[in-house]
Design a protein. Sequence first.
Length: 88
Amino acid sequence: MAFSKWDHHADILANYDIAIFPRRGYDIDASTLPPNVTLLNTPFYDISSTDIRQRIAQGLPIGALVPATVEQMVMEKYGNDRREPANG
């Protein structure tokens, strides 16, 4: 797992339960995960958070990729990066 790449990863691991979705090409041994991290047994979803951020940066919709409540939070966090520069 690449938790060390996450913002505030130590705080997240120390204070929250985490669910991980499987991804193609990323084999994860569930026995090596911290106790509060669960590897879900679900079908593969061929989308990543990087893909979602790139779509936002390109002005493309993400509504078909995430639930509406998640879309709202993600747009609040990353959608402002698309602001037009001020004239002047």
